[in-house]
Design a protein around this ligand. Structure first.
Ligand SMILES: Cc1ncc(COP(=O)(O)O)c(C=O)c1O
Length: 384
């Protein structure tokens, strides 16, 4: 993001730095004020539990979602355990799984048909027979990410129910990465798979203060799940980081405590919807196909029509990578807009699916997005 966290949250960080305790170790589970704030905000989101979350056994504060996820893998993966992830996937999953001895197994989110000229993120679909076939006796876990990075897909209740049924049939753990929980547009619904009947005991849900409060550098996140998942994950996390940083846990607590009164998440959602629309209008103006995102702050632009001049020189770093790496390099150099080549979110064997796209991020202020839109007009002379 190129904008700051809200002032009242930053003020809470400053205040915490002014105290003695705010500068010292926290409990490895997380500071009690933050765990209580998490309990107060999230308990109603898990009605299947029938009681408030237990701050001692069902919540773990982590150094960002990333470290929380890594600690779950450390706690649960044995050498050779398979972890199913939908492809494209948030790129940290792969190394975090393999560093812990796991074996990633990829199940595609099938891209919209070429004939679909204005696809939405909902048109990226799961073949549930394919998902079932991917499950083996070695499968330990399935990662679900909704809203999804990089597609912007918001998984439907029906899709999540089908995943839940399979996870119960095959006794799988579910990691539900919901770091973009507050960025679901157009009155769509954010559904938590951990809240389904029978799913609490096998699901760990993953959240991020960085995404929630525009503070990605704070490295504060949290996990919610049953003691059977949170306990071993706490043991791993305690060895990896001991505890997350103290003053910014206090600030995150203040953020959650006051979000409702400040109408923070509603306002933030409106601001992101405006940002999204500025960028999408820029794509419409140049006539390039994109996947309309229903959630998150990402959008996939189809760059198959972008053609650079013959003989255009690329550095070694993008040679031997997908066509999208060259396209993203060319767009950055000649147009002045930086994007992420989407084959980066695929395993090597499937990179040709990702090669058609680059990922734009609209976590920028309107002025920057408008400037990007102006610059993107320059691409029209390179379209086939
Ligand atoms: C899907 C997804 N999960 C997790 C993370 C990591 O979040 P954090 O910054 O809290 O570690 C990101 C960050 O980009 C993400 O996109």
């Amino acid at each position: 993001m190129n904008f700051p966290p809200p002032q009242w949250v930053k003020d809470a960080a400053t205040e915490a730095l002014g105290t003695v305790a705010g500068n010292h170790y926290s409990h490895p589970k997380g500071r009690i004020r933050l765990r209580e704030a998490i309990r107060d905000v999230y308990s109603s989101q898990f009605p299947n539990l029938g009681r408030p979350l237990n701050v001692e056994t069902e919540i773990l504060v982590t150094s960002g979602a990333n470290e929380g996820q890594y600690s779950v893998f450390t706690a649960f993966l044995e050498q050779g355990d398979e972890v199913i992830m939908f492809e494209p996937f948030f790129d940290q999953y792969l190394p975090s799984v393999t560093f812990n001895g796991g074996v990633p197994v990829y199940v595609p989110l099938h891209p919209p048909a070429e004939s679909n000229t204005s696809p939405s993120s909902a048109d990226w679909t799961i073949d549930f027979d394919e998902l079932r076939r991917a499950i083996t006796p070695k499968t330990k876990m399935i990662i679900v990410n909704t809203p999804h990075n990089p597609i912007g897909k918001v998984f439907t209740r029906e899709e999540l129910e089908k995943i839940a049924v399979l996870s119960q049939e095959f006794n799988l753990l579910v990691m539900s990465d919901e770091v973009y929980e507050n960025l679901v547009f157009d009155d769509k619904e954010h559904v938590r798979i951990g809240s389904f009947p029978g799913m609490w005991d096998r699901t760990v849900s993953v959240y991020s203060a960085g995404k929630g409060f525009s503070a990605t550098g704070w490295r504060v996140g949290w996990l919610i799940g049953p003691p059977s998942i949170i306990g071993p994950t706490l043991a791993a996390s305690t060895r990896i980081i001991f505890c997350s940083n103290s003053p910014l846990q206090e600030a995150a607590a203040a953020g959650l405590e006051q979000a409702k009164a400040n109408k923070f998440f509603e306002t933030q959602l409106k601001e992101y919807a405006e940002r999204r629309d500025v960028l999408l209008k820029a794509f419409d103006d140049i006539g390039l196909r994109y996947t309309y995102p229903e959630g998150s702050y990402f959008v996939l632009l189809d760059i198959s029509r972008v053609q650079w001049p013959e003989g255009y020189e690329f550095p070694e770093s993008v040679q031997g990578r997908g066509r999208d790496f060259r396209a993203a390099w060319f767009i950055a150099q000649e147009i002045g807009v930086s994007t992420i080549p989407v084959s980066e979110f695929y395993c090597q064997e499937h990179q040709e699916i990702g090669e058609k796209f680059t990922r734009f991020a609209f976590c920028k202020d309107i002025e920057t997005l408008k400037k990007a839109g102006e610059r993107l007009k320059g691409i029209t002379k390179y379209l086939t």
